[in-house]
Design a protein around this ligand. Structure first.
Ligand SMILES: CC(C)(COP(=O)(O)OP(=O)(O)OC[C@H]1O[C@@H](n2cnc3c(N)ncnc32)[C@H](O)[C@@H]1OP(=O)(O)O)[C@@H](O)C(=O)NCCC(=O)NCCS
Length: 405
């Protein structure tokens, strides 16, 4: 099918909200009675950017972009998080998404956002746009029965947090997040929450406190209904521990509900260190939400990354997306990466330098795949001489994400 030239792609205005909300409700389902369009105040305050494709004034495709920072390679990286992507059922399969994303991502790049991320309903929708799966945000069911087997912590106790502990909770999240690739920093709306609202959202926030009185972990949890272990489920949004003692103390506190709650549904993302203290293999994934990433600005994302590989020099090229195509030389000096653009025809680059697809670039940057695996997947071709250094430059941090959008 062909995209009609009468289509207009533009920012969604407040006056478009009834149609925008209706199209979203149709795609994602709404509670009985429908979801009301936001009030002007709510929409103005939300701080996201909404884009739409219009055919003679009718909204036929939509998406929303959240501008926030996420942690990659020890820095808070400006990120365009895309959500709420929907095409009107009668227009699906017409190639609407490429133009809509093109406009929204051009704006993101102009605003200084160097990567874009999203949670897909199906990865195939976004692969052709240069996104690829770098991790997964999962709800994992942990049976509480065996948590008493977690070894008792040495010198770490738990206590209930109050609003006065908000800064300590934020500091624990930051210390953990800064050591990973992927976590939303929670420094910007809608992921930043005022302290009172943060505590109001949970039944309890439990702190792990070490012998010096320092907060070394926290768990935020919603108790849920009922006291029959076979059916009662409690939700744990964050269980973040900076020491093994904190992990043990928090798991044991959650486990202390085992006479009345059978399962803790814990939000996590792969092998977090806090899970390495668990004694059994009874946890099961209840729901998995893969996370995809695309690079928006090659030099902006891959430059300025801290690296111990002083003196390393890697020429590389990217082929396959108009905004990313080109050749660069990456060097490490003064402990960080620097990118210089090279005047090399991409067709000639193949013989002398590694050539990445947009997806390969995303997977490499996130540290999600090695150069060897990218070659296996067809996302890296060309000269292999720099593969080991290319892998080492961006590897070493695990991918975690704990905020859904
Ligand atoms: C998903 C949706 C937005 C795709 O719209 P569309 O008009 O079919 O998209 P396009 O024609 O522009 O196709 C874009 C790509 O998505 C792929 N695609 C579409 N539906 C897909 C699906 N269900 N599974 C995997 N890939 C899919 C197409 O094959 C195409 O791939 P290509 O670029 O490699 O050729 C639309 O079907 C929809 O609104 N679905 C319901 C809501 C939803 O799932 N939204 C996504 C939220 S993350």
């Amino acid at each position: 099918m062909v995209v009609r030239m009468s289509l207009t792609v533009r920012r969604v205005e407040y006056t478009d909200q009834p149609e925008y909300t209706r199209l979203g409700g149709e795609a994602f389902g709404t509670p009985a009675g429908g979801r009301p369009a936001p009030t002007r105040e709510e929409w103005d305050a939300a701080g996201f950017r909404e884009w739409g494709t219009f055919d003679d004034g009718d909204l036929t495709a939509r998406l929303r972009v959240y501008g926030f920072t996420s942690w990659f390679h020890g820095a808070q990286v400006p990120t365009a998080g895309v959500a709420g992507v929907a095409v009107a059922p009668e227009r699906r399969g017409s190639g609407h998404l490429a133009r809509l994303f093109g406009a929204a991502l051009d704006e993101a790049r102009d605003r200084g956002e160097v990567i874009s991320t999203l949670f897909p309903t199906a990865p195939g929708i976004y692969r052709g746009l240069g996104y690829d799966v770098v991790g997964s945000f999962d709800d994992v069911d942990v049976p509480l029965q065996n948590l008493s087997r977690v070894a008792a912590p040495d010198g770490v106790v738990t206590r209930r947090a109050s609003v006065a502990d908000y800064d300590a909770v934020v500091a624990v999240h930051r210390a953990w997040a800064a050591a990973q690739n992927g976590p939303v920093s929670r420094a910007e709306k809608p992921f930043w929450t005022p302290p009172e609202k943060f505590f109001a959202d949970y039944t309890g926030v439990t702190l792990a406190v070490d012998g010096s009185g320092d907060v070394v972990g926290f768990a935020s949890w919603i108790r849920g209904e009922g006291y029959t272990p076979a059916t009662a489920v409690m939700e744990v949004d964050d269980l973040i521990a900076l020491t093994p003692g904190a992990a043990r103390a928090l798991w044991r506190t959650v486990g202390s509900f085992s006479s009345v709650v059978g399962t803790a549904r814990v939000s996590t993302s792969g092998l977090d260190p806090a899970w390495l203290v668990l004694p059994d293999l009874t946890a099961t994934v209840h729901a998995a939400h893969p996370y995809m990433l695309r690079i928006l600005d090659v030099a902006g994302a891959l430059g300025g990354v801290e690296s111990p590989l002083e003196g390393a020099q890697v020429p590389f090229a990217v082929r396959g997306a108009r905004d990313l195509a080109g050749a660069w030389t990456l060097t490490v000096s003064d402990g960080v990466t620097h990118l210089a653009r090279d005047a090399v025809a991409i067709e000639d680059a193949h013989h002398v330098r590694p050539v990445l697809s947009p997806n390969g670039l995303a997977l490499l940057y996130a540290g999600a795949q090695s150069a060897a695996n990218l070659r296996t997947a067809g996302h890296l071709t060309g000269a292999p001489g720099h593969d080991a250094v290319l892998s080492a430059l961006f590897a070493g941090r695990q991918l975690h994400v704990r905020d859904y959008f």
